[in-house]
Design a protein around this ligand. Sequence first.
Ligand code: ASP
Length: 584
Amino acid sequence: MHRTHTCGELRLTDKEKQVTLSGWVQRSRDKGGMLWIDLRDRYGITQLFFEEGKTDSTLFEIARSVGREYVVKATGKVLERFSKNETIPTGDIEIFVEKLEILNSSKTPPFTIEDESDGGDDLRMQWRYLDLRRNPLKKNMMLRHRMGIETRKYLDSLGFLEIETPYLIKSTPEGARDFVVPSRMNAGQFYALPQSPQTFKQLLMVAGYDRYYQIVRCFRDEDLRADRQPEFTQIDCEMAFVEQEDILNTFEGLVRQLFKTVKGIDINSVPRMTYDEAMRLYGSDKPDIRFGMEFHDLTASMQNKGFAIFDSAETVLGIVAPNCGNYTRKQLDELTEWVKRPQIGAKGLVYCMCNEDGTFKSSVDKFYTPEDWKRIAQEMNAKAGDLILVLSGALETTRKQMGELRLNMGARCGLRDPENFKPLWVVDFPLVEWNEEAQRWFAMHHPFTAPKPEHFELLQSSPGDARANAYDFVLNGVEIGGGSIRIHDKNIQSQMFNLLGFTPEEAQTQFGFLLNAFEYGAPPHGGIAFGFDRFCALFGGSDSIRDFIAFPKNNSGRDMMIDAPSTIDPKQLDELSIGLNLKS
Ligand code: ASP
């Protein structure tokens, strides 16, 4: 028998028990006549104890010889510790070891396997299986597991069926590049890995499986950032005979259940905001509503005062940063530099301090009198001690820039506590958006999203104004989920493809299977998908989804541990009828 207990299990109530534990040596302390070993497994750490004179001398030598990360099996008696360790649950006891077996030795690991490791990101990715031994990652894996279980419990309780869909498919247009897989048996032909099971889940609705879900891997060949991975996991769902309201309610329930069971937090009803309102007030379709700082349109009140930059701008927007009126010149210069960075791209920043004595000091005092500022401050509801920040320019760009500045100020003011959760539904997204570069309309969500019935007409006359029954679930400024009511009518779907620039032939070649299915009784349907990794990361209070994936890839899409991607044998290429034409 390798163990009677785990390393996280024994307490004072087990005193005097004869036990066997197996695990990894986290650390040993040799004080001459006495030796302690911290033995670790998935469940915790238990201290082993050896004492010269009392412990058999051969055993003492073996104990002395074990290094970090050796795998050992120890048998002995549970004793009450002389000096207790309050920081771990097993801290009251130790095992006086009578038998120690080395099950395996270990090289010295390349970094310390402690809660705070000395290993850098790359190193830890390369030895991920060692990194996974550390508590912070272990906690994340357990959280992820719990989220998955609770999701399945909830959806199962509502009659959702988990149905797998294929990974080797044909391109699904979600707006990213596909990963492709060559087919040996069909020379010159390729599968695509699914960017999501979108078309399959719609086909399942046609097939009559009116409540589908799947916790499923998706693949998108995109440029990576810290919160993106080439393969990631979605909680993917679809329902038939539903309207938007049914979907929002069902999945608000899922979110509530996850918060309750995993975080112990009660979420009341989730507020809703239209896309237009989100853009107008926060300059973002995923506003962080943990704090206010909404935009004020100052165009009318700040133009025609002789300040050419504002006069020539399409829009002038302001926010109030509460209690920042005491910012120093240095801080304000820093803020100005920040908005001028290429990532934000503003030309400059206008500010006005609302002094405690009721006076105002702005960076454009030449053009605006104290009276002007008093009026503006009133309009913006700014109080003494606050700081007014103003940006101007083209509407869309200025909104985006102000959105970034707002988030930055929110963080500076300590208003973005990761343990304060503020979910939000953003609804009524535009159906399509114009792409200047490609000179055509692109689906804002995907081409299967239904326009609002009252906006059908606009598909012809003014597509950009058409709104869709599409919604995003946003948590603390992060888009966690998105979905829509789908088109289930062949003619509207064809119209949509047409608007997106597909010829009828192209639409038929790429999506014939779906268009055909719509001729065999497609029910009204809709769905949603949640980004599971990100959901877990937010619940774990982290920005990085990588920490919540057991074996993630780095920013260049490499798996550092197995060293993939890699070249393949010429024989394999030959079998696939593939010749390489590498451009350096
Ligand atoms: N397939 C969509 C996505 O991956 C989600 C959905 O519309 O259900 O974003």
